[in-house]
Design a protein around this ligand. Structure first.
Ligand code: SF4
Length: 240
């Protein structure tokens, strides 16, 4: 991977600082919220939010790629192949998110004990997912929930802090979004384009299709790599 120096190294340094900042913010926010009587339910081994689709910038995927061993690379390849086969007829975001949750299973980076195998470099979007409800709600497919249960759930949410109608803390998700925007803008300045999308697909392209090297050659080469690998789908990747 072409990341030891140059623009990729600069992006990696930015991502490291951003992740450390969000980590500090999340810990501080959770501590204050608990001290004020609020409940946060995230804990080690709790994996239910890891069945959501994870999307990141190229640089966050690049940081994770250097953590992968052969087993994880194989798990990522299996995930990316399955997603490629399933996503073909999908054109709307809600359908993509539903397909992901119902048919893709857990993130390929989740280990057998239910822990994140890339925890030190896990993406901003994962760090920002802090739950104000029991973990069963993180796995719930609301299309299958009765109207009365859904109303009970909505009524139980702390509207002052959640990203309504979800039960995740809004300010942390907003902060992660702002940091991702900064990362994308910096990539645009350094490379002349930005690249954002499904984490498993980005990892597959970095590990098996030399995406990091393609980024140094420019947007046209990146688009050619994506198309050749069969991941040219607007819901999977955005070259901006
Ligand atoms: S990267 Fe880690 S924390 Fe994020 S979904 Fe995958 S296993 Fe879970």
């Amino acid at each position: 991977m072409a990341a030891s120096n140059g623009p990729s190294a600069e992006l990696l340094e930015l991502v490291k600082e951003q992740q450390a900042f969000l980590e500090m913010l999340a810990r501080s926010w959770v501590s204050d919220y608990r001290a004020s009587g609020g409940s946060i339910f995230c804990s080690k081994g709790c994996r239910n939010c890891c069945s959501l689709a994870v999307h990141t910038g190229f640089a966050e995927a690049l940081a994770i790629a250097s953590y992968l061993d052969d087993n994880l690379r194989q798990a990522v390849s299996a995930y990316a192949s399955k997603l490629k086969a399933l996503v073909g007829g999908v054109s709307a975001l809600p359908e993509y998110l539903r397909l992901h949750r119902r048919e893709m299973g857990y993130c390929p980076l989740l280990d057998a004990s239910g822990s994140c195998s890339v925890y030190p470099v896990r993406p901003l979007t994962c760090r920002a997912l802090i739950s104000t409800k029991e973990s069963c709600w993180c796995a719930t497919d609301f299309a299958t929930v009765s109207a009365s249960d859904r109303d009970g759930y909505l009524a139980s949410l702390d509207r002052q802090v959640v990203n309504y109608p979800s039960h995740y803390v809004a300010v942390l998700q907003e902060s992660a979004q702002e940091l991702e925007d900064v990362e994308n803008r910096r990539m645009h300045e350094l490379f002349g384009f930005s690249l954002y999308g499904n984490l498993g697909v980005l990892l597959e392209l970095i590990c098996q299709h030399r995406l990091a090297e393609a980024c140094l050659e420019g947007r046209a080469t990146v688009e050619a790599v994506i198309a050749a690998a069969g991941f040219e789908h607007p819901l999977l990747l955005t070259v901006g």
